[in-house]
Design a protein around this ligand. Structure first.
Ligand code: ADP
Length: 458
């Protein structure tokens, strides 16, 4: 089970940084330690060899007497307790030595003798605080020259170890504090985003998170969060608008039905007026149900709840069928409805019902807004990996101000107030094209007809 203390990222980071810091400084210490120890050994050995060379020369030039004097001078200069010299015969018996009083076990140095050249040994002699480094060199006449020196590099290394252990503790504490500050600062942005999420959860959608200079990752997170906040805010506003519109649009037909019923009742009318009332109620109810269905359909598409089974469909066939269906309505209004479509099928991946709804809405609008004697042309052709469907009419056109909003829910152009409708048709067209990864656009100069273009990927 994880310790509760390390449940925050900042604390875990602090621990990780501190551990890393500790391990790195320990590693650095060991490296320096080994390097110093090696170099000190090397120095001592070089010094011992140089001394032995010097002594060999002295023996050759000044004989035993000269050597004895040299032993005395050298040991006095360095300190009798720190260095000793011996000349041994081939059996290892000391012939002459420096003053060995400080080297109590001087006569019994447990040492092996080299067959040739010299050999350096490190011994811990009783009564000596530090180990002794002893060089023994075989001379040409079989004698041995020996020099031993207190290996006080241990003293240096020990003081280095002591200094390190006290500073290591300090490094750990200061490193820990530093790591904690760094981790806290790094997590500052996350805390800010969390606080903003808390504000959103409490219903405040107006305060964006300040991006500040907190590093790219945190800034990206804050930017994402702000986008999300704006989107939620936009959706809530849209929802409020939709609810207002729905309430308004549903109230109107109900009020109308109530009005007709009231008038019929108060007038004490005949059977015909009751029949008229029933017709009005049926028409208004149908319209209401239609409107409610469209609203639900839009909501389902938006929420991704509407299961649109996508399959290979022949768009040319769907267009022909829709035109056939709307031909009588066009004829009623003396509008010519023509199709420009190639004979071959045009396959796209889509949902047949939704595509029929899309065409119905575009044709319904074109017939609704085009005056008698008008002309509607529907064409379909492949273009740049897309099926391009256009519905062109020579009706009143759509002014710029409306063109920007006609795909919004419940938006109706000013000029169309006298014509029946609920402002949901084009919103549905837009949602359906979006679900098919396509696009819908409108072109119009505001007076000579409109042209709706739907592009769907082939
Ligand atoms: P509705 O047709 O119920 O008003 P739509 O969403 O279908 O709602 O259309 C929105 C608005 O776009 C209409 O109110 C109208 O102003 C405008 N519009 C749509 N199609 C045409 C068209 N073919 N000619 C002129 N205006 C149109």
């Amino acid at each position: 089970m994880q310790s509760k203390f390390f449940s925050t990222v900042a604390r875990r980071l602090t621990l990780s940084y501190s551990l890393l810091f500790g391990v790195l400084s320990l590693g650095a210490f060991l490296l320096v330690y080994v390097h110093i120890a090696y170099n000190l050994n090397q120095q001592t050995d070089d010094r011992l060899r140089a001394t032995i060379r010097e002594l060999i020369k002295t023996r050759a030039e000044g004989g035993r007497k000269g050597l004895q004097e040299e032993f005395f001078i050298e040991s006095t200069a360095t300190g009798k307790e720190r260095i000793f010299f011996r000349l041994l015969d081939s059996g290892g018996k000391p012939i002459i030595t420096s003053d060995l009083t400080a080297w109590k076990s001087g006569s019994h140095f447990p040492i092996s003798f080299p067959e040739s050249g010299d050999q350096i040994t490190r011994l811990r002699l009783s009564g000596h605080e530090y180990p002794t480094r002893i060089i023994t060199a075989r001379l040409e006449d079989g004698f041995f020259l020996q020099a031993g020196v207190a290996d006080d590099k241990d003293e240096v290394l020990e003081s280095y170890r002591e200094t390190f252990s006290t500073t290591f503790l300090l490094i750990l504490i200061l490193g820990g504090i530093g790591a904690h500050l760094i981790a806290r600062r790094a997590m500052g942005g996350v805390r800010e985003v969390t606080a903003a999420a808390g504000r959103i959860a409490a219903g405040d959608l107006d305060q964006p998170i300040s991006s500040g200079n907190r590093g790219e990752e945190i800034e990206a997170l804050a930017a994402m969060f702000n986008t999300m906040q704006q989107r939620i805010s936009g959706l809530i506003n849209e929802l409020k608008g939709v609810i207002n519109n729905v309430a308004h649009d549903l109230r109107m037909p109900i009020t109308r039905m109530r009005g007709v019923a009231e008038i019929t009742l108060t007038r004490d009318g005949d059977l015909t007026s009751y029949r008229d009332m029933a017709v009005t109620v049926i028409e208004e109810s149908d319209r209401l149900v239609g409107q409610i269905n469209t609203i639900l359909e839009l909501a389902e598409i938006d929420a991704g709840l509407k299961v649109m089974t996508m399959e290979q469909v022949d768009l040319a066939r769907i267009v022909n069928m829709a035109v056939e269906l709307y031909q009588p309505a066009a004829e009623d209004r003396e509008i010519s409805l023509t199709v420009q479509i190639r004979k071959k099928p045009l396959f796209i991946t889509g949902n047949i019902n939704s595509l029929q709804r899309l065409l119905a809405n575009l044709l319904d609008n074109a017939i609704k807004f085009t005056p008698a004697d008008g002309k509607i042309i529907i064409s379909l052709a492949p273009e740049n990996q897309h099926a391009v469907l256009s519905v062109v009419d020579n009706g009143p056109g759509i002014p710029q101000i409306d063109r920007e909003r006609i795909f919004d829910r419940f938006y109706r152009g000013d000029a169309s107030r006298s014509i029946s409708g609920n402002g949901l048709g084009l919103a549905l067209v837009s949602s359906i094209t979006e679900k098919h990864n396509g696009s819908v656009t409108v072109k119009s100069d505001g007076k000579n007809g409109s042209c709706f273009i739907v592009q769907l990927p082939l």
